[in-house]
Design a protein around this ligand. Structure first.
Ligand code: PAF
Length: 294
């Protein structure tokens, strides 16, 4: 496995793969890897002959009051895990290497970045779409794999790639969970023991909503059962509960005819946890349409 701290090194590595006519998949990460990331790496290995993982804690997607400095980092452990997975190359740039001194250009998908998590974290998605564009331009992969846990991020990247004709296949991978249902996240290590136990309410609430949708898929009903379940966590501060069209993230009301996605954000102390579930199994609605798989 070759570790490339510079753009030039990773470009030259990929150029070699191209000369050998190998396909290349990229897994963008911010490091502090867990099983969820490794599942993305395994998916990338199924999709392409060569796999590059980037590790970069991207400052432009953190707000001034967010956890950039305390974001967990353990590069030695990350590299050991990636080596075990048989990854071919790791792009590990410093912020200076990535942005230089005078970056003045941003990529933005205004509608998708201004809604939902984008309201709670202004500027976050502009940072994500800009750094992902840079990573795509540097590595030029055939495919890139992202977790479905960050559903809004995945939707926005798919839109950006379509709109800007980037010749890259975007693969989403289902959320990997602890045994009790908690979605894996690098932030979980910062939960106190009590908060860790309470955090299971996110996945519970999603399961309750999924069940409720089979008998009464009214959006307000689904939101109510989600809030009721989240209230079981005494220390959980519910930041947002949204149910949107699963493909476009447009608002939906009443009895939806197409699959929806439930998106939750709950804060435990200083740790913001998010989770999501696509609910495709909706009760037949009045005009006879059934929710179609997306
Ligand atoms: O999901 C993440 O870890 C980050 O947002 C990403 C896609 C690596 C961009 O910094």
């Amino acid at each position: 496995m070759l570790v490339c701290p510079t753009k030039a090194e990773v470009r030259s590595l990929v150029a070699g793969y191209r000369r050998a006519r190998r396909t290349v998949a990229l897994v963008p990460t911010m490091g502090y890897l867990h099983e969820g990331h490794l599942a993305l790496v395994r998916e990338a290995k199924r999709q392409a002959e060569k796999v590059i993982v980037s590790i970069f804690v991207n400052p432009t997607q953190f707000g001034p009051n967010e956890d950039l400095d305390s974001y967990p980092r353990d590069t030695d452990r990350d590299l050991a895990l990636l080596e075990q997975e048989g990854v071919d190359g790791v792009f590990l740039p410093s912020p200076e290497e990535m942005y230089g001194t005078g970056g003045a250009t941003f990529v933005e998908v205004p509608e998708l970045s201004g809604m939902l998590q984008g309201v709670l974290r202004p500027g976050h998605f502009r940072g994500v779409s800009t750094v992902v564009t840079k990573l795509f331009n540097i590595v030029q992969p055939d495919a890139a794999v992202f977790g479905e846990k960050d559903y809004q991020q995945l939707t926005l990247i798919r839109q950006m790639v379509r709109d800007l004709d980037m010749p890259i296949e975007i693969m989403g991978h289902p959320t990997v969970r602890e045994e009790d249902g908690l979605a894996l996240s690098s932030r979980n290590v910062r939960l106190s023991e009590s908060h860790r136990q309470q955090a299971v309410v996110l996945s519970k609430a999603l399961s309750v909503a999924e069940d409720a949708a089979k008998t009464d898929p009214d959006i307000e009903n689904l939101k109510t059962v989600i809030h009721e379940t989240l209230n079981d966590a005494p220390d959980g501060k519910v930041e947002s509960v949204d149910i949107r069209d699963a493909k476009t993230l447009a608002e939906v009301v009443g009895h939806p005819a197409r699959p929806v996605v439930a998106l939750l954000a709950v804060r435990f102390g200083s740790v913001l946890l998010i989770d999501q579930r696509v609910i495709a199994n909706l009760l037949t609605v009045v005009d006879g349409n059934k929710g179609n798989q997306i």
